[in-house]
Design a protein around this ligand. Structure first.
Ligand code: Z5A
Length: 212
């Protein structure tokens, strides 16, 4: 674990694009609400005026081939820092459950394993960015790159691919493998789920882990 987690109801979903994070978060939101909990859904990068502005810079296809890897790393963390201080911290301190579509492990997977930046340097940066705020449980949706691509193509509602989505398959292979490594190295707070299964089956497993 990069940072010991303090808040029980801070849950994160991770995985490559199209692995089904949003689908599982919607089901998780229904479950939490049915238990009478107040729920806040967030997605990274984004969630505040400043973080959304940073998101635009990060994902703009016009910046393809121009953005330096360290610039990218710092921008993701700048967006995250703002989101933590403006939104996540006040919510958790009020007892609201926070459901995150991506958090710090995305940076380790994409900028660390995907781009090849130094893993220990990224972990140190994440400690600075996150302070005490780290998910209590992270569910990593594990999917083959080919299946994730298939799902994206079927998704007619999607517009033009963003800067990160335009990366080649070998980048996403490294990211997917990185997520498996993260799950293996952090068994106390990471659960790897097979995202090729039907959404209802994935959710049953996910919900069972919440009780444990
Ligand atoms: N990024 C980074 O590099 N570093 C960082 O620190 C952070 C992020 C925080 C943000 O993308 C990009 O930034 C992301 C990583 C990078 N880039 N990539 N690639 P985003 O926010 O725009 O989008 P996303 O998070 O990557 O993914 P998404 O499009 O929202 O996908 P998803 O939430 O994982 O999947 P979904 O929308 O739930 O499902 C996709 C489709 O599959 C949809 O049609 C579903 O109906 C279907 N689906 C879902 N589950 C299933 C199952 N189980 N079976 C069959 N079909 C399914």
């Amino acid at each position: 674990m990069i940072i010991p987690s303090v808040f029980k109801n801070f849950i994160c979903l991770e995985g490559i694009d199209g692995s089904g994070k949003s689908t599982q978060i919607a089901a998780l939101e229904d479950l939490f609400k049915s238990k009478g909990l107040e729920v806040l859904k967030i997605r990274e990068p984004g969630g505040t005026e400043i973080s959304e502005a940073v998101r635009k810079i990060l994902l703009d296809p016009a910046h393809k081939g121009k953005m330096n890897d360290i610039t990218e790393l710092l921008l993701y963390n700048a967006a995250r820092s703002q989101l933590i201080h403006e939104v996540i911290k006040p919510a958790l301190e009020k007892g609201v459950a926070v459901l995150a579509d991506r958090f710090a492990y995305s940076t380790l997977a994409y900028q660390g394993y995907g781009r090849g930046l130094n893993i220990d340097m990224i972990k140190n940066l994440l400690r600075i960015t996150c302070g005490n705020f780290f998910p209590n449980k992270t569910f990593i949706l594990d999917i083959d790159v080919s299946l994730s691509r298939e799902r994206q193509q079927k998704d007619k509602a999607r517009g033009k691919a963003d800067r990160i989505e335009q990366e080649k398959n070998d980048f996403f292979e490294r990211v997917a493998q990185g997520y498996r490594t993260i799950a293996k190295e952090n068994p106390e707070n990471c659960i790897l789920l097979n995202a090729a299964n039907p959404p209802e089956d994935i959710f049953k497993l996910l919900a069972a882990h919440l009780d444990g």
